[in-house]
Design a binder for this molecule. Structure first.
Ligand code: SME
Length: 170
């Protein structure tokens, strides 16, 4: 198998369709979560414009622990309720933050970040992690981003056997 960078469509929905198609192809027949989350982070990193971090945190021993990602090294452990990620996980609610500087308790891993979207990942009813994407642009993420990234997360929830992570997931 070999991959090279490709030109992604300018149109936002078409771009997501291609990313989703690539994620589905790369995860086909693979249920290992770390492998699938790592490839998904790489595809988002290649396919999305104007982002400076994308990746996953997974629940471990009662907090969010850093998982596969692309971008600068990031904070390793985020307690539930802390920052954008901890808020999304604790409230089981997507956080689409127009300007992170207006979000109380935002954790700045990369000072270039100005907006952020965080989507909870579930195992059954339980939140076991989050997808987190940061952008240097204020207001980078719109409703289409939210809708398509949620579709992506639903795919990962379905195709990954999260018991294989090595994280406690609670
Ligand atoms: N900004 C996040 C922390 C994680 S980094 O963005 C990678 C937060 O406030 O939870």
């Amino acid at each position: 198998m070999s991959f090279s960078s490709i030109a992604y469509p300018e149109n936002q929905a078409a771009r997501y369709e291609l990313i989703l198609e690539q994620v589905r192809a790369l995860t086909d027949g693979i249920d290992h979560p770390i492998a699938n989350l790592a490839n998904t982070a790489a595809l988002l990193w290649q396919g999305m414009s104007d982002i400076n971090w994308c990746g996953f945190y997974l629940m471990d021993k009662g907090a969010l622990m850093l998982g596969p990602f692309c971008g600068l090294p990031a904070c390793i452990r985020i307690p539930l309720g802390r920052g954008v990620c901890g808020t999304a996980a604790q409230q089981d609610a997507i956080q689409r933050v127009y300007d992170v500087h207006d979000f109380p308790g935002h954790i700045a891993c990369d000072s270039a970040s100005n907006s952020e979207i965080v989507i909870p990942i579930h195992l059954g009813e339980r939140v076991i992690g989050v997808l987190d994407i940061d952008s240097p642009l204020i207001g980078r993420f719109n409703e289409t981003d939210q809708e398509k990234l949620l579709e992506l997360v639903h795919h990962l929830e379905n195709c990954c056997d999260f018991a294989q992570t090595g994280y406690t997931l609670k």
